[in-house]
Design a protein around this ligand. Structure first.
Ligand code: AMP
Ligand code: ZN
Length: 458
């Protein structure tokens, strides 16, 4: 597989450190509000990447964080914690806000057919790991103390500008306005630990060797990525806005502490735009999964929409263009349904290679979609189309057969089907076999495919 690495600024051949295993870390949501479709563009890209790696024979271990503390309103480590902003907006505690929006995020991911990570880790549940990492930085003399917290001394990490580029970092340094935080030695220095205010009590705070407070936003990702994936791992992803601050700081923290390379491949997804600007909560006018549903869209129509552009190109959100993606996905589902029961034949090599070639070429999803349409429009036998589509769906996750299978099962039948999926997951083959017989007695034939359990009426 060839992937564009933001670190080298070129396309490189990807090989994991320890094949076939791949360690993948993706930055997760700050859970103080709903995530919008811009955020989900990035998560859909990361999901397609993970599925593509799996199709290419790798075994991906995916770790994602939940930012539930410490992400301040201003990029300059100033202002309120976003969690507390959410709490006062809704008259709830910061802990309740975190739970509500974590659940909302996971429900949206299900709707978008985003496979859950192997490890979903919360910043608030990894305070000791973050403190331990800060101690390592302290031992190396990389942090200093001010009246409001501990800061990373970026002048002492020579490779600080490597990911973002010298000219960008120079721009941040020159733009430094004296008076924002006079105790900071440089504009690029950032908080790794902030002290609780003396005059008010924070809802989320912990004791530390330096005083009561809470972690800076960036430290959680360095600490949790290394805990679950090791001090050097294969791929780290996020949206393009994270390059200059968040990911630059993650590298400084991890490599400053270990002296080893942190991440081998950095991949960044471009923005979803709305009215020619980045879709963002602060800019207002953002669209959520709930809005899509209210307007008669299946969230998977949006997933299709994401694949219409390469992940490194900006994509516009308009309701009209989403309408075209909805029509295209419906046609695709109809075509898939037409070949659903055809006896399987080997997928035709030409289209299969075109699809594989596209995803291996820096995850070129528009080209992958074209190969799907080429196959469906070609004269190959229905069984070969079915085989091709089953492979493609493992990456696309567009729910090609979902309506056909889900719509016609009664609640009771669905419960039996779900129990059988669970039994297989638990490797309880006796129970899964008994359930198969019970379903057969009701006229439902189940089949186990690479994409999981499928069924039809006998
Ligand atoms: P946040 O909740 O702000 O930390 O963002 C979660 C993820 O969404 C990050 O990877 C961001 O880089 C990404 N993101 C934020 N806005 C957009 C956008 N308009 N288009 C694409 N990705 C975005
Ligand atoms: Zn992160």
């Amino acid at each position: 597989m060839r992937l564009y690495n933001s670190l080298s600024r070129r396309i490189e051949d990807f090989q994991p450190l320890d094949p076939p295993r791949v360690g993948l870390y993706t930055c997760g949501p700050t859970v103080y509000n709903f995530q919008h479709m811009g955020n989900y563009r990035t998560y859909v890209f990361e999901d397609a990447l993970k599925r593509a790696l799996n199709l290419c024979g790798f075994q991906v271990r995916h770790v994602m964080n939940i930012t539930d503390v410490g992400h301040l309103v201003s990029q300059a480590d100033e202002g309120e914690d976003k969690m507390e902003v959410g709490a006062s907006r809704e008259g709830k505690t910061a802990w309740e806000i975190a739970r509500i929006y974590t659940d909302a995020f996971l429900a949206d991911c299900r709707d978008l057919n985003i496979i859950p990570p192997d490890v979903l880790c919360k910043a608030t549940e990894h305070i000791p790991e973050q403190i331990a990492l800060i101690r390592r930085l302290e031992d190396k003399g990389l942090i200093y103390r001010t009246s409001d917290g501990l800061y990373y001394d970026t002048a002492r990490f020579p490779a600080y500008a490597r990911l973002a580029g010298e000219s960008h970092i120079a721009g941040i340094r020159e733009g430094f306005r004296v008076g924002v935080n006079e105790e900071k030695r440089a504009a690029t220095d950032f908080a790794v630990w902030k002290f609780s205010p003396k005059d008010s009590k924070r809802q989320m705070e912990w004791d530390s060797p330096w005083g009561k407070g809470f972690p800076g936003w960036h430290i959680e990702c360095s600490a949790m990525a290394m805990k679950y994936l090791g001090e050097t791992f294969d791929i780290h992803c996020g949206g393009i806005d994270h390059v200059h601050i968040h990911h630059t700081n993650e590298i400084a923290q991890a490599e400053g502490a270990t002296g080893k390379p942190f991440v081998r491949f950095w991949l960044h997804g471009e923005f979803l735009l709305m009215n020619s600007a980045k879709m963002a909560k602060s800019a207002g006018g953002f669209v959520t999964v709930a809005h899509l549903k209210e307007n008669g869209f299946d969230p998977l129509d949006y997933r299709y929409h994401c694949f219409a552009a390469h992940y490194r190109k900006q994509l516009d959100f308009t309701w009209e263009s989403l309408g075209s993606s909805k029509t295209a996905r419906r046609r695709l589902c109809e075509a898939a349904l037409a070949v659903k029961d055809a006896p399987l034949k080997p997928a035709c090599a030409e289209h299969r290679q075109a699809f594989r070639g596209a995803i291996e070429d820096d995850l070129n999803m528009p080209a992958a979609l074209s190969s799907v349409w080429d196959c469906l429009h070609s004269g190959v036998p229905a069984g070969a189309k079915r085989a091709f589509l089953e492979d493609a769906e493992a990456v696309l996750g567009l729910g090609l057969w979902r309506e056909a299978t889900a719509a016609s099962a009664s609640a009771e039948e669905q419960a039996l089907l779900d129990r059988r999926v669970q039994a297989r997951a638990d490797k309880d083959f006796k129970a899964s076999d008994d359930l198969r017989k019970e379903l057969a007695a009701r006229g439902i034939l189940v089949e186990d495919t690479k994409q999981g359990q499928r069924w039809r009426r006998s």
